[in-house]
Write a protein that binds this ligand. Structure first.
Ligand code: HEM
Length: 181
């Protein structure tokens, strides 16, 4: 009798231990609610291994190579400062130089025009070249001085010969509208 009580007690003990180790269903927390663990989808993957989407590359064209919008703005500012400082061009740019509002607009539109023509994706919002230069009575000497100033700035910005040619062939196509009779 004593042996069977002992056997019963030891079996109960084994069942109790198994029951506490192999428990099924969600764990209960201290307030009796099921404890659910949220495992994020990239758990275990180091941050560096999660690929960031690459930003789109700017197109490979003259506009990009001369520095995009910032580059063009710098080029235009240096170019216009040079035009204003040139005594030979006072007749043409004298008034513009003294009018801060018109000067600012001129620089902005020149940059916008270059951006639109050189592949920067801008929309030019100024007057067409014929209307913009109407009545200025520009001479071949004025034109040559304008081109000379632009060339110097492009050289200072290390713009290569091919890109310079592309810019000047664009200017060449506009010359007849700028230098109208
Ligand atoms: C292809 C070359 C040229 C381009 C792309 C160009 C571009 C422009 C642009 C975008 C404007 C502003 C238009 C607007 O106000 O709506 C402008 C105005 C002007 N440009 Fe040109 N230009 C060129 C050649 C020249 C030359 C050779 C000269 C003189 C040497 C010149 C003198 C002026 C002047 C004085 C104005 C201001 C006109 C005013 O508002 O009264 N431009 N140009």
């Amino acid at each position: 009798m004593r042996t069977s009580v002992k056997l019963f007690a030891s079996r109960c003990c084994v069942l109790f231990v198994l029951g506490s180790v192999v428990s099924c269903g969600p764990k209960q927390n201290s307030v009796g609610k099921p404890h659910t663990e949220v495992i994020s989808e990239d758990a275990g993957v180091p941050d560096a291994a999660v690929a960031e989407p690459e930003p789109p590359k700017p197109p490979d064209n003259v506009f990009t190579r001369i520095g995009g919008k910032d580059g063009v703005k710098k080029i235009v500012d240096e170019f216009v400062d040079g035009l204003y400082a040139d005594k030979k061009l006072v007749r043409v740019f004298g008034k513009l130089k003294k009018n801060a509002e018109k000067d600012g607009k001129f620089r902005e539109l020149l940059a916008e025009h270059l951006c639109a023509d050189l592949g920067g994706g801008c929309t030019y919002t100024g007057r067409d070249m014929r209307a913009a230069h109407k009545g200025l009575r520009l001479t071949q000497v004025d034109w040559n001085n304008f081109i000379e100033h632009f060339t110097q700035v492009l050289i200072a910005h290390k713009v290569n010969d091919n890109d310079q040619s592309e810019i000047f062939s664009l200017f060449g196509r506009l010359q007849k509208d700028v230098m109208q009779k």
